[in-house]
Unconditional design. Structure first.
Length: 127
């Protein structure tokens, strides 16, 4: 799981500098993003996830990692997402708990929760 933590940090760094190609390169070709408030259905595949990461609503966006909780089958990331609305200039801050899973050293899935206990429950149920 040490590699998973390293890859997670690299992915957040790439995302924050707007290098979505580099962030996507750390993802498995079959990655699936689900369980996100703004996603009505899963986003599947590296190319689709790369496009999903690009800012649409926000002029600027950033993810500040607060902590990483390494589990047997996943990494739970407590993060603060900050964005500035495109056109409005309204600043948005949101604390989230992201559950990353890895296969072959690459991210294979991402689920996001607003509640730490819910994220932990999902990971614990999968073990």
């Amino acid at each position: 799981m040490e590699l998973a933590v390293q890859r997670s940090r690299q992915g957040y760094e790439a995302f924050n500098r707007g290098d979505f190609d580099a962030a996507a390169a750390l993802m498995h070709p079959e990655i699936e993003v689900g369980r996100l408030a703004e996603v009505e259905q899963s986003v599947k595949g590296r190319e689709a996830v790369r496009e999903w990461m690009r800012p649409v609503v926000f002029e600027r966006q950033n993810v500040d990692v607060q902590e990483m909780d390494v589990r047997v089958s996943a990494v739970i990331v407590c993060a603060v997402i900050r964005g500035v609305g495109r056109g409005s200039g309204i600043e948005v801050t949101l604390e989230v708990f992201q559950v990353w899973r890895f296969r072959d050293g690459l991210a294979i899935s991402l689920d996001q929760f607003s509640d730490r206990a819910e994220a932990e429950r999902m990971v614990d149920e999968d073990q």
